[in-house]
Write a protein that binds this ligand. Structure first.
Ligand code: ZN
Length: 311
């Protein structure tokens, strides 16, 4: 599965999401020049693009409308129902909306790193995971209203808690494609503080990610660093708020080594500035982590079927 996540596909997806070239939406070419939550037509087109991509992968997908903080928009959520433990839910999430300075955001906010990169990761997982079966249920979500205060994910997580959903893991990807040339390819894993009741759960998620990096030979391309007392400035915090295990995967955000995208929230957060090798390795590791969490069925059979019963 990890080897199917390829640079060329991530490049195309990010190009289409960030308006580098036109996307095909509703059968017509359309350039997504901004994904600002209140941009009306552009964000509607961007969410439709995501919906059509997931539906095109052959998996069930819905819009999740929300209203909060004076904003209204829709998330896009796809589901691959688990075949053995369908009530246990693993989520891979990213925010689709973007931001640039107030004078440009209605018409131009490419947000290639923030967060076409994480969105492309979720869409890539949808396409690849659609070809497999998993024990647990996978939900692949793209949220809007993140830049206005995690609005779309807050409503989603609160509704999940109210329904009694058993979400066992949330993997949030926000800005996963910036690495300065010639520097260590550090990435941050943000989890709750050691004093928190949820620390052990989050630490287990972080451990799966770091094990995947090592086990699948990605150590030369990625240097994961775990940060307890993690930042709350992205959608994973909406799930922490509801008591669900979650982690944020992000490029090197934490001090003192910090290597953070200097074009963050400007009109210059574009595809050309991204490190595609770092981006691809990051997506492979995240995809492998989510797959391990969801327990692929074929692997379960290989492990547990007695030797004498094999064909
Ligand atoms: Zn972001």
């Amino acid at each position: 599965m990890m080897s199917q996540a390829q640079t060329t596909h991530l490049y195309s997806l990010t190009a289409e999401l960030s308006g580098e070239w036109p996307a095909i939406i509703g059968g017509e070419p359309y350039t997504i020049s901004t994904r600002f939550t209140n941009s009306i037509t552009p964000i509607q087109q961007a969410t439709r693009y995501a919906w059509e991509w997931m539906a095109g992968a052959g998996i069930a997908v819905d819009y999740h409308p929300w209203s909060a903080g004076g904003y209204s928009n829709r998330n896009v959520v796809a589901v691959i129902t688990g075949t053995i433990r369908p009530d246990e839910i693993v989520m891979a999430v990213a925010h689709l909306d973007s931001l640039s300075p107030a004078e440009t955001r209605m018409t131009l906010a490419p947000g290639a790193d923030d967060n076409a990169s994480g969105s492309a990761a979720v869409l890539t997982m949808a396409r690849i995971f659609s070809r497999y079966s998993f024990s647990r249920t996978l939900r692949l979500a793209l949220f809007t209203g993140e830049e206005q205060g995690l609005l779309g994910s807050s409503v989603y997580a609160a509704e999940a808690r109210a329904r009694g959903d058993t979400i066992v893991a949330v993997v949030n990807m926000d800005m996963i494609a910036w690495n300065s040339p010639g520097t260590t390819p550090t990435l941050d894993i943000h989890i709750r503080p050691a004093s928190s009741a949820g620390y052990t759960d989050d630490l287990a998620l972080a451990g799966i990610f770091t094990n995947v990096v090592t086990a699948y030979g990605l150590s030369a391309h990625l240097t994961p660093t775990v940060h307890p007392s993690g930042v709350t400035a992205s959608d994973h915090a909406s799930f922490w708020q509801q008591g669900y295990p979650a982690m944020l995967l992000i490029e090197d955000y934490a001090w003192p080594e910090r290597d953070f995208n200097p074009y963050y929230h400007t009109v210059s957060d574009t595809l050309q500035r991204l490190d595609l090798d770092y981006f691809t390795a990051f997506v492979k590791a995240a995809l492998g982590t989510v797959a391990h969490l969801a327990h692929p069925i074929a692997l379960t059979h290989i492990v547990y079927l007695p030797l004498t019963q094999r064909p």
